[in-house]
Unconditional design. Structure first.
Ligand code: FRU
Length: 495
């Protein structure tokens, strides 16, 4: 039986969700039924479908007391909306049902593990916010919170850990040992952000195992939404460092999405970090969550929004917050590689190809335009000397456009949505040092009504950003300073 709070959210969704027309939404990116969306949660395969939950406030397009929205899909591209799954209806989560993950329990039920945000009374009778880890079971539509929640409390953390910054459990089953593990983001005064590892034989009794890695105050005071997995022989630890200082060319100031590469020792439960890198070099990319598909692929979906920019939002919309496309993860040269999930190719229509097109100055190509597009451009020098610059513009009309510019001499890629029609002064330009210095570059660009995702050199690096350019701006153009040859492959995406 849904609680009053959940029933209220569902009624609200029924009344107002249906009023949001398809034309107001992206074509192939996830948005909330109505209201606000942030992190992906409970991304899992259950009952023959993919499930994706999300941090959700149905009642307004601003973040507020968190619920969980719910979607299901058969192919990770086309999503069907289900009624909200969780409301903040218990004392231990009355201030919010925060992020968490999901898996199938041994008895076949869908198990959810999440952070409950509640209040507790201190000795001096004042109240403080506390974050605990809770579980719930369900059948894929209706979920019941465990009667003995919470199952993990901050008292179980090493001394000096924060009770308020302790959240976002990512759970998995370790076959060889026959037990469950979860990682959570935490914070200590001494080291800043940390990832803590807990273990359980039965999902309800948990014990602290180790602290997998620490910020050592170099990478933010708190690490949100950790994810931990192995691809091939490499272990990847993903975190969201909060409020860090810009560092080198890799990280910008504020909240980042980072991944660490290293080796995990299963006996000592330690992680030896070999490197730490940015997960994305665009503007709107924050909370991540991954899962393994039934055919063994590690895939990830991401909240496509910087948590820091509230300006720059379109006015009068009935939803706010989008997810990236689902991305397939792989490992190459010790780095995490991201490419659009292959199922997206099923939705490609109207192919257009150009081969060895000479570009000297600015050109548009017949049939290459649109605001729901999967576009790949291969760029190389046309003769002896390399081009000096190559610019791809999308969502272009009149003076409006968003661009990606490659400078082969410096091996830098510039992203720019400065003239995308924004009416607030917000971050609009970023750059990435392309990892392999080369005169050739491959850009795969997914354009949707309100976003652009750039995959550089088959997923080596990505640049992700929202854009709210009027929909009539659907031009795509190519410009070379010095001559370039390009191959173009363009599809319309229809879902
Ligand atoms: C990350 C985050 C999580 C938290 C959730 C709350 O964006 O701050 O740490 O669980 O969002 O909505």
């Amino acid at each position: 039986m849904a609680s009053d709070l959940l029933a209220r959210a569902r009624e609200y969704e029924e009344t107002y969700g249906g009023q949001v027309t398809a034309a107001e939404r992206p074509v192939y990116h996830v948005t909330p039924t109505v209201g606000w969306l942030n992190d992906p949660n409970g991304f899992s395969w259950y009952g023959g479908k993919y499930h994706l939950f999300y941090q959700y406030n149905p009642y307004s397009t601003q973040w507020d007391t968190m619920h969980w929205g719910h979607l299901v899909s058969e192919d990770l591209v086309k999503w069907e909306r289900l009624p909200a799954a969780f409301a903040p209806d218990e004392p231990y989560d009355a201030c919010g049902v925060f992020s968490g993950s999901a898996m199938t329990a041994p008895d076949g039920r869908h198990l959810i593990m999440y952070t409950g945000v509640g209040k507790r009374e201190k000795e001096d009778k004042s109240t403080e916010i506390i974050q605990t880890q809770c579980i719930a079971y369900g059948d894929g539509t209706e979920y019941v919170k465990y009667e003995k929640n919470p199952v993990i409390t901050p008292e179980m953390l090493p001394e000096g850990s924060s009770a308020v910054d302790f959240r976002d459990p990512k759970i998995w089953f370790e076959e060889e040992e026959g037990c469950y593990y979860t990682v959570m983001g935490s914070s200590t005064e001494k080291d800043g952000g940390t990832v803590v590892l807990f273990k359980s034989p039965d999902l309800v009794n948990w014990e602290y195992v180790s602290t997998l890695e620490k910020s050592r105050n170099d990478y933010g005071y708190m690490w949100e939404c950790p994810d931990f997995f192995r691809i091939g022989g490499t272990d990847f630890l993903l975190v969201l460092p909060m409020k860090m200082q810009a560092s080198g060319e890799e990280f910008h100031a504020g909240n980042n999405a980072a991944y660490m590469v290293g080796t995990y020792d299963k006996k000592s439960h330690t992680f030896a970090r070999k490197g730490i890198f940015s997960l994305d070099y665009g503007i709107d990319f924050y909370a991540t969550q991954s899962m393994v598909t039934p055919d063994g692929r590690r895939v990830m979906i991401v909240w496509m929004q910087t948590p820091e920019v509230n300006a720059g939002r379109p006015s009068g919309t009935r939803w706010f917050g989008q997810m990236t496309v689902v991305r397939e993860l792989s490992e190459r040269g010790g780095r995490l590689i991201q490419n659009p999930v292959r199922e997206l190719e099923k939705y490609r229509k109207d192919p257009v190809f150009y081969k060895d097109r000479f570009v000297d100055g600015k050109v548009s190509l017949p049939d290459v335009s649109g605001r729901s597009v999967d576009l790949t451009v291969d760029v190389r020098p046309a003769g002896g000397d390399s081009y000096q610059k190559f610019t791809l513009r999308v969502a272009e009309k009149g003076g409006l456009y968003t661009s990606v510019t490659y400078d082969p001499a410096e091996s830098i890629l510039y992203f720019d949505r400065f003239r995308s029609g924004l009416r607030d002064y917000v971050i609009s330009q970023t750059k990435a040092h392309v990892r392999y210095r080369d005169e050739e570059i491959r850009l795969r660009v997914l354009i949707d009504r309100f976003s652009v995702e750039v995959f550089v050199n088959d997923g080596e690096q990505t640049m992700t950003s929202t854009l709210y350019t009027p929909q009539e701006a659907d031009g795509i153009s190519f410009e070379a300073v010095g001559a370039a040859l390009i191959d173009v492959e363009k599809y319309t995406i229809e879902v």
